[in-house]
Write a protein that binds this ligand. Structure first.
Ligand SMILES: [Ca+2]
Ligand SMILES: [Ca+2]
Length: 96
């Protein structure tokens, strides 16, 4: 399983972004809270960015955590998700 993820991480092709309206982005991210603990882990973020069409989802998840994880616990909490969304917008993952 990890091998498959690694291959995706190394993919270098152009990003093929899925258009997600800003209003739906929050719900989209929380759909990837697969263990329902109210936080987004790096693994969950990776799946979300993979869905959004990031060419290197694990790198994107890493950058997103650096940007939005204010308390540094390695998870995006409900209070931090706005920063995560701002980051996704800044990276061009959003259509209006
Ligand atoms: Ca979670
Ligand atoms: Ca956090």
């Amino acid at each position: 399983m990890e091998k498959g993820l690694d291959r995706r991480c190394l993919r270098k092709d152009a990003e093929n972004l899925v258009p997600v309206p800003y209003t739906e982005l929050r719900g989209m991210f929380w759909r990837y809270d697969t263990n329902r603990d109210g936080k987004l882990s790096r693994k969950e973020l990776k799946a979300a960015f993979n869905y959004l069409g990031a060419s290197i989802p694990c790198w994107r998840a890493h950058r997103a955590l650096k940007h939005a994880d204010d308390d540094g616990d390695g998870y995006i909490s409900e209070e931090e998700v706005d920063k995560l969304i701002n980051y996704a917008v800044k990276c061009g993952y959003i259509v209006n």
